[in-house]
Write a protein that binds this ligand. Structure first.
Ligand code: FES
Length: 509
């Protein structure tokens, strides 16, 4: 935790600090289970909990440690107010499906509330209204249309002219009785319950493929197998494509978070700006003190300005509107966005009955991740789910915004080509400490980072997923891929997929 008004030197999510999360060994043998789950975030862990309660034998593996992906970096709003979406959903999918989406989110909220009560989890679950505000005339009309959509769908909401936040605004739309919590305190207890129910957890175990014999087997990078009747890819970006063409149907988006002790008192509620740059706010209590979480600056991963500038923009916003006393933490989160803004949850492709996927939660993973866990568990258990058709990944064919596929692919192609051409012969020895550059070494595009002790770390910048060129992320000290969001440490290790292999290290000393 930092003790100054300056940005903390290293990114660290508040949720993981001072919380002991159980750790687990690496998988070192072949095992057989009913369900093999890949990914130790909210969707994977909640599904493991639900399935193990039904006496299924479950194994869950994670490429890193549990709860350190997007779930560990979330803002943890438990709400059905996911920006201005209901008017758009009614237009794209019709009233019935828009309503189903809302109901799915509210069911997820109820599950979190019920489970908190049932297992007596101390996870700071609090009810708050969710509020979208705008200072732009153009968005006022959109807020009014969204309110009409609320009325049509029976969502309890209200349009208001003033909010208790001292940020410029002209209008706001409230969704009543939503919630926020400490996601890791909640999920840690679910992990402990899973262990009691016999779930086997393995960390630092990367899934690289699925092999088919009588049953599918998850293959790990070390060559071990998890033979399962069912496989659930809950790995953020699916570790296995199963001809679902996921890289062409999603893009990765980053946002930034500051935990700020402010001069102003937090007025209650959870806030989100309608216009860009996004500003999102909620409170949290840290060591008995009220702290503001200030979130925003969303942009496509690996594209845009130096990432540390995004933190500075949030810092300026906090200084101007809340008065900064201390910035305690800074961190960022990466989310996947689908073509039509609905997550892909269900059978990984149309004719596949044993492999399931959940991805593309579009920054609303606390409810969508919970919906995904429940939906996939229902499909595995043979139960009907009202949400199966809405979330099915195979809806691709009927997608109303098919044009975006072309756009996303064109964007990927642009980055493939642009990255290959743009590099210079920078003198790496002139690099300042804690700085990075892209240069040419032996004819290869090479990324070089000089650490705080002046050691050089060089990697081949060709992403091991599909060959785009990674870009330096100064805020997190990582190499990020603009095409599908893979992220690598400055030493080249995979921090986030879809890439499974590290960047090649280059000798420069
Ligand atoms: Fe797909 Fe890098 S993540 S090419």
């Amino acid at each position: 935790m930092s003790d100054t008004k300056e940005l903390p030197q290293f990114p660290e999510p508040y949720w993981r600090d001072n919380l002991e999360i159980p750790s687990f060994p690496k998988l070192k043998e072949k095992i057989s289970v009913d369900v093999g789950i890949v990914g130790g975030g909210i969707a994977g862990i909640t599904a493991a909990y639900l399935l193990s309660k039904e006496n299924l034998k479950v194994a869950l593996i994670d490429a890193g440690v549990l709860l350190n992906g997007t779930t560990g970096h979330t803002t943890a709003k438990v709400t059905a107010q996911h920006g201005l979406i209901y008017d758009e959903f009614i237009k794209h999918f019709g009233e019935e499906k828009a309503k189903l989406y809302y109901e799915a989110q509210m069911e997820a909220k109820e599950f979190i509330e019920q489970t908190t009560k049932e297992l007596q989890i101390d996870c700071e679950l609090e009810e708050h209204d969710a509020i979208i505000y705008t200072n732009s005339d153009e968005y006022i009309t959109q807020l009014e249309n969204e309110k009409k959509a609320y009325d049509q769908l029976g969502i309890e909401g209200e349009l208001i002219d003033t909010i208790p936040l001292q940020v410029p605004h002209k209008k706001a739309l409230i969704m009543k009785n939503q919630a926020q919590y400490h996601p890791l305190k909640f999920l840690k207890v679910l992990v402990e319950e899973c262990v009691k129910n016999g779930v086997q957890f393995y960390e630092n175990t990367t899934a690289v493929d699925v092999e088919y014999n009588k049953h599918p087997a998850i293959v790990t990078r070390d060559g071990h197998r998890i033979i399962s009747k069912f496989v659930f890819a809950a790995s953020h970006f699916p570790f296995y494509d199963g001809q679902g063409f996921y890289p062409t149907r999603m893009y990765a988006d980053r946002s930034y978070i500051l935990a700020v002790k402010a001069k102003k008192k937090y007025p209650g509620g959870m806030y989100l700006s309608a216009e860009l740059p996004t500003r999102s706010l909620r409170s949290v209590t840290i060591n008995g003190e009220e702290v503001w979480l200030v979130i925003g600056q969303d942009h496509k991963t690996g594209q845009g300005k130096s990432t540390i500038e995004h933190y500075h923009a949030l810092q300026d916003f906090a200084e101007a509107h809340l008065g900064v006393e201390k910035i305690l933490y800074r961190w960022s989160a990466q989310d996947l966005i689908t073509l039509d803004k609905l997550p892909y949850v269900g059978r990984i492709s149309e004719n596949e009955h044993a492999i399931f996927v959940a991805t593309g939660f579009r920054k609303w993973g606390m409810t969508n991740g919970t919906v995904a866990a429940k939906l996939v568990s229902d499909l595995i258990l043979g139960n009907d789910s009202p949400y199966e058709e809405l979330y099915t990944p195979s809806r691709f064919q009927a997608d109303p915004s098919l044009r975006k596929v072309v756009q996303i692919n064109a964007d990927v192609a642009k980055h493939l080509i642009k990255g290959k051409l743009e590099f210079t012969d920078n003198n790496i020895h002139a690099l300042a400490a804690d700085d990075a550059t892209v240069t040419r070494i032996n004819g290869k595009r090479t990324g070089v980072y000089k650490d705080l002790e002046s050691n050089l770390h060089a990697v081949d910048t060709t992403c091991t997923h599909m060959g785009c060129e990674v870009e330096w992320n100064s805020g997190e000290r990582t190499w990020d891929c603009p095409c599908h969001g893979s992220r690598f440490s400055y030493t080249g290790e995979v921090m986030e997929g879809p890439a499974k292999r590290p960047l090649e290290r280059i000798d420069v000393e």
